[in-house]
Every structure is written in structure tokens, then in C-alpha cells.
Design a protein around this ligand. Sequence first.
Ligand code: NAI
Ligand code: MG
Length: 492
Amino acid sequence: MTTAAASTTGLPIDIKPGKLFIADKFVDARSGKTFDTINPATEEVLTSVAEADKADVDLAVAAARKAVDEGPWATMDARERGRLLYKLAALVDANRDEIATLETLDNGKPIFETSNVDVPQVIDVLEYYAGWADKIHGDTVPASGNFFTYTRREPHGVCGQIIPWNFPLLMAAWKLGPALACGNAVVLKPAEQTPLTAIRLAELVREAGFPTGVVNILPGYGPTAGSAIVNHPHVDKVAFTGSTEVGRQIQRESAGTLKSVSLELGGKSPNIVFADADLDAAVQGAMAGIFFNQGEVCCAGSRLFVEESIHDEFVSALADHAKQVRVGDPLDADTRMGAQVSEEQFTKILGYIDAGKKSGAKIATGGERALDKGYFVQPTVFEGVKDDMTIAREEIFGPVVAALPFKDLEEAVARGNDTNYGLAAAVWTNDIKKAHRVAHALKAGTVWVNTYNSFDAAVPFGGYKESGIGRELGKHALDLYTQTKAVWVALD
Ligand code: NAI
Ligand code: MG
């Protein structure tokens, strides 16, 4: 690992205090409250942001309700909705460097990633759903009797969307793209740690010319603003990405008003390497699987199962590579791992590393904080891990991987599946039969073969078991954001 500290003086872009975006206007919270958002690489405050709570949620939901019930949005041609989404994508593109910098400052992830992954994927997702807007349609159905029977795919109405801090703008795009393509209005709450790019997106929503109230953005905290969205009687659907614990709570709370709920939650994904794999590629894949985005990835390959015969050699190659990762100033184009998002996450990760050491697992590399200032953690590889250790069971959400030797395919699959989570998994082998057998046997919403963390706007993503409900991206997300109406017309 090599390091370089982040500069604590002078920012490369201007950052204004953040406001709420309600009914096409930037406003203060009714309460007048604000909160600070920090740069986790320097621990310094970037700016203050208006803090929404229930009163603001009421206003935003009323604006969204009006937009879907009586506004121009309700009767707008589907193709026109698509054009607005294309325009939004083009505006993100036109401001891509500034947006990447803003995301890096607020979240701590390297500019290399925000420029090459986050922002391009935001544009891609918005364009992908722009293309869907006028291709969402029902069927004619051959019902018995003399009827003309057809279905319509109608929007739910008002969608509450609550997103996390690990891919702040990309998660906003995953939520807004399909919801708007389907004709819904949205009240979106970014995470309190990273509100700035969602607020910037609100400016672009306005510039693109979406009708009033179609998109409302409410920075604020979960138990106040988030919970008010979940419990609001005029919110028809809730989409959430975040912790499994809060996902459970959201599902319980939304039972009160029987909302449609989709959840994308945590993971402890198995990354399984067989001895017959291309080992250089598998080492790269294991690196990407756990160190991309500082390990703050719901589908991180945090349980690394390695076939016994190559285990020691593989772990030592992985540790060598991990030592080379350039950790430090996220604004430096050469940096490959930035800061964890917050002191809370930083402390939580170091706590897990401690627990790993105490439980008898061995550090192959890393295991400490990196740098003296900022929430940096060394890329960390544990070996000698047992399946029942905390570091092999709980989501760490940091750059910490547990290596676990296995004997054969059956054992790898059984142990890979021995978790309450089921978001993703990967298998590395050059044996095509083995690859498919394992892919089919793993209980996960995504299985990667000889790759890791591959994503595309067209490919569905979501969890088995306690990793979630529903599939985002692809045409699958259209199911989340529409409901089907059957229309019967008597012909005699
Ligand atoms: P969290 O689940 O509390 O936060 C995610 C979002 O939910 C934020 O916008 C937050 O304000 C909101 N929220 C929190 N409580 C809420 C409530 N009662 N009602 C409605 N909305 C609420 O996650 P947190 O505390 O930031 O991170 C804790 C752990 O969760 C992480 O260490 C990680 O393991 C996991 N996580 C998983 C993510 C994923 O992508 N699946 C993303 C973020 C965190
Ligand atoms: Mg922040």
C-alpha cells in the first residue's frame, strides 16, 4: 500500500449550502434545521444542508401527488417523458467532471472511480430508461366469452425512494430512471452522509424541464424524513437501498398503509476460486471484489473461498497486490482507494478487524487505519478464518476480505450458501460445466463467472433471502414501478 494525504485547503469546485427541492423550488426546511456534510478524506465540513423532516415530506408528497393526479405529467406522451430523461442524462454528461468531483468530496471515493464508473453509469442508466419510456405496454388477452380484454401498465403514483451513501448519485439514477420512465412522481431522500450530488441532480432536473412536483429531493435523516416517507398515506410505493436492519423496519412500517415495497439490502457474497481458474485473473477479480469503492459495496466478495491446493499461493499473491493499492487523497487521479464514508463506518470496520484478530484469524496484509487524518483503512486480507467467525458472517462494508480454503465443489457451494444473505456470488474456473453447475446452485441474485462487479443498466440486480425483494435495472425494474390494470369490454 502506498499513501498520500488529502489536501485540507482549497476545494477544486464551489460548494453552496444545500436546500430541499420541493415543487420545483429550492427551499429551507420548515423547521429551519440544517446539518453538515463532511469530506471524509479530511474530516472537514464541506457545507451545511437543509434537514427535511415530516413537515417537508408532507409538502413534497403533496407536490408529487398533484403532479401525478392533475399535472401535465399525468397526460404527457410517454415519448415526451423519455425525452426529458434523455435531456437529464445529457445535462449530467455536460457537467460530468464537476459532478464526479462533488461526489468524490462528499463520499471519499477516488476521482478515478467517480469519473470512470459512477458518473458514466448514471448517464447510462438514465439513457437506458429514457429508451424504455415509450415501450412499456400491456397485452390484449384472449378471455373466454365475447369480450375485448386488455391490460394497461400504469404507474403506482407517488414513489418514496430512500438511498444509501456508497454510490450516492448512481443509486439516485437507479431509482429515478425507471420510476420516471413509468410515469410516477418521486420523493427521494439521499443519505445524510452524501446529500450533495442528489441536490445537484435536482438542479439538472429543473433545467431539463420536468413538470413541477415530478421530482422532489429531501436530504435528511432516516428516522425522521425517511420514516415520514415510509409511513405517508399518499405514498404508493417505497423503494429502499441500505442495511438489512432498516429494510426490515421499512417493510414492517409500510404494512400500515400497504405500500408496494422493493428492497436492496446487505450481502456477504462468496467469491469461489477453483484451482483450474486463470489465477492471475482471479486475483484481480478478488481485488476488485473487495477493494473497489473501499469495500463499501453491497455485493462485495467478502468471503473468498479458495480451493485447498492453491490456497496459500493465492492468498499470498492477493496480499502482495493489496500492498500495492494506492490509498489516499481521493482527488489524486492515481489514487485507487479513498476514505470510508464516515467516522461511524471507519470505526465499525476497525472494530471488525479487531474482532477478526481476537478470534484467531491471521492478518495476511493490512489490518490498521491508513494515514493519520481522514477515514482511511488499509486493504486487509485475513487468512485462517473459520466460517463461524464474525468476520466471515457479518457484512463489514469495508476493505476487509476473509480467505477460506475449501476441498471440492459441493463443499464450496454449501458453505457459500450458508448465509442469510443472497445478493451476489462469483465463481472462477476454466471448466464450463463446473461454472454453470455452481452458478445454478448458488442462491444469489447475481452470479459472476470469471468476473466480479460487472454491471449494466440492462441486467437485473437484486437479492435472494435477506438481501432484498425485487429486481432493479433492466426491464425488471419496470415491474417495480408499474401496476397492471385489466380492462374488460363487453362486445355483445
Ligand atoms: P442505513 O440503512 O441506516 O441507511 C440507508 C438509508 O436509509 C439512508 O438514507 C438513511 O437515512 C435511511 N434510513 C435509516 N433509517 C431509516 C428509517 N428508520 N426509515 C427510513 N429510512 C431510514 O445504513 P447505514 O446506517 O448508513 O449503514 C449501516 C450498514 O448498512 C453499513 O455498514 C452496511 O453494512 C449497510 N449498508 C448497505 C448498503 C447497501 O447498498 N446494501 C448501503 C449502505 C449501508
Ligand atoms: Mg459527506
